[in-house]
Design a protein around this ligand. Structure first.
Ligand code: FAD
Length: 351
């Protein structure tokens, strides 16, 4: 064998990147294999994380644990690479109906979520640009990761340090053996699959009941909107500089590919035109397929038979917020024998 490592990681989306960094920080040797033209999911992700589920105004699952962990994690990544890609950003909620505003005001005094819901209503939030007759307020504690930059910066680091093979992987070359696993000329203790929804093609793990959802976003040019806040009214508008905003998103459980569609473009543009009083220009459109499962929890753990093979997947709509905390959780399981939380443990799908 030409190379010996502790872990081979298949896939350099958000899941594979975050896991690789976690392992490296804990002194493990890793090698990553990824052809990033196969799935665009992480690269098209807006990178928002929101501690609140807007419809019910309840806390997003484990928000109190996930958010501080992710804050610390991404800031540490910035220092490690000497780059910038992570910002705390308020999410401005524009009310569409009176009962929505009344519900917000009621919930903002509810102890379970009050630390995330601002109490004051702003009736003057960009009234010349946004339809805002019922006022606006904001979610505290939200943040944004510039995911495509995060992935590109880490890719450069991995390549410069000889830690990444930029190629399509072939499952036939994965050979579990007595001392771990080999992949081509690499021997490792374990190989962790992080290939997003493409795990459906994985002969070792295709029994995981994935329910992938295609999503699309458009990039639009809008003048004179704030550049430090994410605005939400049915669609989100994420500022990315130069008067450009990423606007999304859609859900399609049938057409699982990365091809942008006219239907999604029209759907998002129609929603956006109900928010804005001013015209906007669509300059780009992107699509990706989210690796979701029915119970909306990550899927983490080792193969029941080939214990040198594992998965770190199922990040669904929240890869940015979930990956840091659960990569540490997985590391502690792999290296220290800690028990995996049963809500995320792959064993929940074993018959
Ligand atoms: C439109 C849209 C908006 C989103 N917005 C957000 C958001 O705001 N916040 C958030 O937290 N999440 C968001 N998400 C969800 C987020 O993108 C996912 O949770 C996350 O990207 C999943 O990452 P992953 O690493 O598991 O999979 P992927 O990103 O799919 O990564 C898998 C990697 O493996 C590679 N690969 C697969 N098969 C092979 C092979 N055979 N050989 C070589 N390489 C291979 C792929 O090319 C890819 O690089 C959004 C998703 C979409 C579609």
């Amino acid at each position: 064998m030409e190379k010996q490592v502790d872990y081979i990681i298949f896939g350099q989306g958000i899941a594979g990147t975050v896991l690789a960094y976690t392992l490296i920080q804990n002194g493990k040797k890793v090698h990553i294999v990824d052809d990033n033209s196969i799935s665009a999911c992480s690269r098209v992700a807006a990178g928002n994380f929101n501690p609140i589920v807007f419809k019910r105004l309840v806390k997003s699952w484990m928000a109190d644990e996930l958010i501080p962990f992710a804050d610390h994690f991404y800031r540490e990544c910035e220092q490690f690479l000497n780059q910038e890609f992570y910002w705390k950003k308020e999410i401005v909620k524009i009310f569409a109906e009176e009962n929505e505003r009344d519900f917000w005001l009621k919930k903002s005094s509810d102890e379970s979520v009050s630390n995330y819901l601002n109490k004051n209503i702003d009736s003057e939030f960009f009234p010349d640009i946004i339809h805002n007759p019922l006022g606006a307020t904001f979610v505290k504690g939200a943040a944004n990761l510039f995911v495509s930059k995060y992935l590109a910066d880490f890719r450069n680091y991995f390549i410069e340090n000889g830690l990444l093979s930029a190629e399509k992987f072939d499952y036939q070359d994965v050979i579990p053996n007595a001392s771990g696993v080999t992949y081509k000329n690499i021997q490792a203790k374990k190989l962790i699959f992080c290939e997003g929804y493409k795990i459906m093609d994985n002969p070792f793990f295709n029994w995981i009941p994935l329910k992938p959802a295609k999503g699309e976003v458009i990039t639009v040019k809008i003048k004179d909107l704030p550049t430090d806040k994410i605005i939400n009214k049915g669609v989100y508008m994420l500022p990315i500089g130069d008067d450009l905003f990423i606007v999304g998103t859609t859900y399609d459980w049938n057409n699982l590919n990365d091809d942008p569609t006219e239907k999604a473009r029209n759907e998002i543009a129609e929603k956006l035109s109900k928010v804005l009083k001013v015209p906007f220009e669509i300059v780009d459109q992107q699509a990706g397929v989210r690796p979701s499962v029915n119970d909306r929890r990550p899927v983490i753990g080792l193969h029941p038979e080939y214990t040198s093979l594992g998965v770190f997947n199922g990040m669904g709509t929240k890869g940015v917020m979930l990956s840091p905390y659960f990569s540490e959780h997985f590391y502690l399981h792999l290296e220290k024998g800690n028990i995996l939380d049963k809500e995320v443990n792959i064993s929940r799908f074993q018959k």
